[in-house]
Design a protein around this ligand. Structure first.
Ligand code: PLP
Length: 376
């Protein structure tokens, strides 16, 4: 089996599983309990908070654990401003959990402005800044695109937006950026940043919202007062602790050079295939996600034939693959016909060179087979 759909989810690191087992089977106390077991359980959360803060160049009080990035993003979009006055600016390159939440706010009467993408998949900064005015509550721009791997220049975006309106808050969905590119939040200049565990070898069901010190945001979930009264609900101790273990493992396996090598190999092999085009900026890229359009083939068919042969590839965001089309690629100006054949190959730091070579060879064979059989 060759797994090249790591942008959708990842295999959990052995050490993270070991940590979860220890917590599930031995240290399973409620972290709110005041006896020793409870205090020990709470210390797992605190250790993880410190570790994640370290990886983000943040302070530990700025880290809030959630159930997933979808929750983190919904929290910010729904609660980062007090009323329906003013406007928010959201890029057209957002994941559905930001985009659909923004659309829902628009349907309730909020002025939501969508900033266009360039053909390389990055948000057009000039046009985004044009949409900001003195009533802009916040701006949301994805850090690394889950569709194309392109990296938005958050440092420049936050500087330019704040120069126009210093009260505008900046949110970024960092799910495909965390541990995969520079995520020093001081440098990026963001006020909110969302991450998800299952994209870096932690289990599904744990996420983080970074909220910069001094920024006011209403709680999202009310109840027992966990997470400093900001996000109630008994903490997912095992998941939270596994997140920090996975972050360490990810860091230890991550090599910029190795990822670039694999990325360039895959690009070169795809580039030699007839009727295959790479979509998005390949220079400003995490090097872990490749989006390519394949002429004369339906991505769905190709994906399924590849899976039958034991190679898993994606076709756009797994969360929206039930819907036809691809909103983000359309926003980049990719023609509908090309989008029908858009596949996503996403690697991890553990992807082997041979796996790339074997998968690309099989991909070419299957493309030819499908074209020959005119299945697409
Ligand atoms: N944002 C991006 C960019 C993603 O790639 C994903 C997952 O596909 C999400 C948000 C949603 O994350 P979660 O599964 O933790 O809700």
């Amino acid at each position: 089996m060759i797994f090249l759909d790591n942008a959708s989810t990842t295999k959990v690191f052995d050490l993270a599983v070991e940590r979860m087992n220890k917590i599930y089977l031995t240290d399973y106390f409620n972290p709110s309990a005041t006896y020793k077991g409870g205090r020990d359980a709470y210390s797992y959360i605190n250790e993880s908070r410190e570790k994640i803060a370290g990886y983000l160049g943040a302070k530990k009080e700025e880290i809030y654990f959630t159930s997933c990035a979808t929750e983190s993003n919904n929290w910010v979009l729904n609660n980062a401003f007090k009323n329906k006055k003013g406007n928010i600016v959201v890029s057209e390159g957002e994941h559905a959990c930001v985009f659909e939440t923004a659309k829902n706010l628009a349907s309730k009467g909020l002025d939501v402005r969508f900033a266009p993408l360039g053909s390389d998949g990055r948000v057009n900064i000039e046009k985004l800044v044009d949409l900001v005015d003195d009533k802009t509550n916040f701006v949301s721009v994805i850090h690394v695109s889950n569709e194309t791997g392109v990296i938005n220049d958050l440092t420049s975006i936050s500087k330019k937006v704040k120069a126009k309106n210093s009260r505008t808050l900046i949110h970024s969905d960092g799910v495909q950026g965390f541990m995969k590119t520079n995520t020093n939040l001081q440098r990026l200049g963001v006020d909110f940043y969302s991450i998800s565990g299952h994209k870096i070898g932690a289990p599904k069901g744990v996420g983080v919202l970074y909220i910069k010190n001094g920024i006011h945001i209403a709680p999202y979930i009310y109840g027992g007062g966990q997470e400093k009264n900001m996000r109630s609900g008994t903490e997912n101790v095992a998941g939270i602790s596994a997140l920090s273990v996975a972050a360490d493992c990810y860091k230890n396996t991550y090599s910029d050079e190795y990822i670039k090598e694999n990325y360039n190999t895959a690009l070169a092999l795809l580039g030699r295939m007839e009727g295959v085009e790479i979509v998005g900026n390949t220079e400003k890229n995490s090097g872990l996600i490749i989006c390519a359009t394949v002429d004369g083939v339906r991505a769905e068919t190709l994906q399924s034939v590849m899976a039958d042969d034991g190679v898993y590839i994606g076709r756009g965001s797994a969360c929206s693959s039930a819907h036809s089309g691809n909103r983000v690629l359309s926003a980049m100006g990719v023609a509908d016909k090309k989008i029908e054949g858009a596949i996503r190959i996403s690697m991890s730091p553990l992807t082997k060179k041979e796996e790339i070579a074997d998968a690309m060879q099989l991909l070419e064979q299957n493309i030819n087979k499908i074209r020959g059989h005119k299945i697409g």
